[in-house]
Design a protein around this ligand. Structure first.
Ligand SMILES: Nc1ncnc2c1ncn2[C@@H]1O[C@H](COP(=O)(O)OP(=O)(O)O)[C@@H](O)[C@H]1O
Ligand SMILES: [Mg+2]
Length: 227
């Protein structure tokens, strides 16, 4: 049996029968402002706080300082405590480069015994790669490299479309073990958050789209409600 890695996100773990599978690679996709960064950090924060697993957040878009200050502004999480005690590390890759990324991952994961990794977002990796062929080759190489390190990986990706119907997928959705899609749906004159598990290899996951909220405690999913 492969162990489970609970996200600790209320309502979400039930959708995936207890959590992600250990050492698997999951893509967290969605349009801008759909909660990808919040979800990803909550996975690490709960990991450090509740499950006593070390987390590494590779922030490629925002500097670690800006990422932290934004999160602290809107969420009542004691991130500083975990940064201080080393159970949460936020790093970046200056002038993104695939081999720098591998080096950083390798050194943190093996040196600090990191169990949960976030890379946010994949979009920056694509933008900094010569062409689509190189991107695919590098991404497949990175995932293979991560397989040999003992950790569960969540990678965020920007989806240009917001509707479920118009969503198109590219290589990354096919090669990862799991895909979670976040939406910010226009309903009447407001927007509502919703999410679905598009795939999760080896898990009999929920096939429905459920609403979620973001509060100062983070994301809460409502699997009883229908969007
Ligand atoms: N404490 C909060 N209360 C309500 N909404 C929040 C809170 N924190 C964040 N949000 C919402 O989440 C959105 C951004 O989430 P974020 O995780 O940065 O999304 P993404 O990474 O997908 O762009 C914000 O635009 C805001 O609407
Ligand atoms: Mg983000």
């Amino acid at each position: 049996m492969i162990g489970k890695v609970p996200t600790g996100i209320d309502g979400f773990d039930d959708m995936v029968k207890g959590g992600f599978l250990e050492k698997r690679h999951i893509l967290l996709t969605g349009g801008p402002g759909t909660g990808k960064t919040t979800f990803a950090m909550q996975f690490l924060y709960n990991g450090a706080k509740t499950f006593k697993e070390k987390g590494l957040y590779i922030s490629l878009e925002e500097t670690p300082e800006k990422l932290l200050s934004n999160l602290k502004q809107s969420l009542k999480w004691d991130l500083d405590k975990h940064i201080k005690d080393g159970s949460l590390v936020i790093a970046t890759v200056d002038k993104f480069d695939w081999s720098n990324l591998s080096d950083i991952l390798q050194s943190y994961i093996t040196r600090h015994g990191v169990k949960r990794v976030v890379i946010d977002p994949l979009t920056i990796m694509r933008m900094n790669t010569k062409d689509e062929f190189e991107f695919r080759r590098n991404l497949i190489g990175l995932l293979a490299f991560l397989e040999n390190l003992d950790c569960t990986v969540l990678i965020t990706a920007e989806l240009p479309t917001v509707t479920r119907e118009a969503t198109t997928y590219s290589l990354e959705e096919f090669i990862v073990d799991g895909v979670v899609v976040l939406y910010n749906l226009p309903i009447k004159n407001e927007r509502r958050f919703a999410l679905e598990v598009l795939k999760m290899r080896g898990v009999n996951h929920s096939k429905s789209m459920y609403p979620f909220k973001i509060t100062d405690k983070g994301i809460v999913v409502y699997p009883e409600e229908i969007i």
